[in-house]
Design a protein around this ligand. Structure first.
Ligand SMILES: [Zn+2]
Length: 248
C-alpha cells in the first residue's frame, strides 16, 4: 500500500473513530477513555500492515487454527506469549493467569488444556514463568492481599514443599528460585491431569515443558521437560545466577 493510501486509510479511521466517539459520547457522556478509542486505530493499522504483506492473511487464518504449542503463562503484561517467542496469530494456544498456576480444580485452565490436547492435538505444552513475578513475590509475604491470597496459597504450597532448599537462601535468591520451582511444580500438575495422562496412554500426547523468562534480558531458559515415554519429569540444573538477569 502506498503512503498516500495508507494515510488515506488512517484518515478514514480517524473519521470513523470520531463518529464512534460522538455516538458513544451521546450515549454514555465522556466516559470512554481516548486511550481506549485509540486501540481501534492501532488495530486497523495493524490489520492493514498484515494485509499489505498478504491480502489473504486473515481470510486464510479465519478458516482454521492449528497451533502446535499450548502456552500456560503469567498474566503479567511483560510476558506476552506470542511476542516473546515471536510467533504470529494462529501459532500458539494460550492460557494465562496470576503466576502461571495449574490447579486440578480450575475448570478454566483444565478446559483450555482439554481443548488443546484433545481437539487441537498440540505437540507441546509449555508452562512459562518469569523472574520478578509479582504473584510469586506476594506469596512470600504475610500481607493481606484479599481474595487473591486464596490463589497465592498454591504457590505457598510450592514454597513449603521445597522449604529445605529455599531456607538457606537470602530473600532475593529465594524469590528467584521460587519462580523456577513454581514452574516445575505446575508442570508436574499438568502431567498429572487426566487429560495428559489419557493422551499419553493413547500414545499421542504432548511433551510438557517448563520454562522461565528473564524480564531483564528477554530470554527464556528451560527448567524441565517430560515426554510421553518418560517415566518421570526430567528436571534440568537451575540456570546459574550469572546467566539470569533477574532484575526487571
Ligand atoms: Zn508473574
Amino acid at each position: 500500500m502506498s503512503r498516500f493510501t495508507h494515510n488515506h486509510v488512517r484518515t478514514g479511521v480517524a473519521k470513523n473513530l470520531a463518529v464512534r466517539h460522538t455516538a458513544q459520547t451521546e450515549q454514555h457522556g465522556e466516559r470512554t477513555l481516548p486511550e481506549v478509542l485509540r486501540l481501534f486505530d492501532r488495530n486497523r493499522m495493524w490489520s492493514d500492515r498484515l494485509k499489505e504483506i498478504n491480502p489473504d492473511y486473515f481470510s486464510n487464518l479465519a478458516k482454521q487454527q492449528k497451533p502446535e504449542i499450548f502456552w500456560i503463562g503469567c498474566a503479567d503484561s511483560r510476558v506476552a506469549a506470542n511476542q516473546i517467542i515471536d510467533l504470529p496469530p494462529g501459532e500458539v494456544f494460550v492460557h494465562r493467569n496470576i503466576a502461571n498456576v495449574v490447579v486440578h480444580s480450575d475448570l478454566n485452565c483444565l478446559s483450555v488444556l482439554q481443548y488443546a490436547v484433545e481437539v487441537l492435538g498440540v505437540r507441546a505444552v509449555i508452562v512459562c514463568g518469569h523472574y520478578g513475578c509479582g504473584g510469586v513475590a506476594a506469596s512470600m509475604t504475610d500481607d493481606d492481599h484479599g481474595l487473591i491470597d486464596n490463589w497465592l496459597n498454591h504457590i505457598r504450597n510450592v514454597q513449603r514443599l521445597h522449604h529445605d532448599e529455599l531456607e538457606g537462601l537470602d530473600h532475593h535468591q529465594r524469590e528467584h528460585r521460587l519462580c523456577e520451582l513454581n514452574v516445575i511444580e505446575q508442570v508436574r500438575n499438568v502431567t498429572k491431569t487426566t487429560i495428559v495422562r489419557d493422551a499419553w496412554r493413547a500414545g499421542n500426547g504432548p511433551e510438557v515443558h517448563g520454562w522461565v523468562y528473564g524480564l531483564g534480558d528477554g530470554l527464556l531458559r528451560q527448567l524441565c521437560v517430560q515426554k510421553p515415554d518418560d517415566a518421570e519429569l526430567n528436571v534440568l540444573p537451575s540456570p546459574t545466577k550469572e546467566d539470569c538477569d533477574v532484575h526487571p
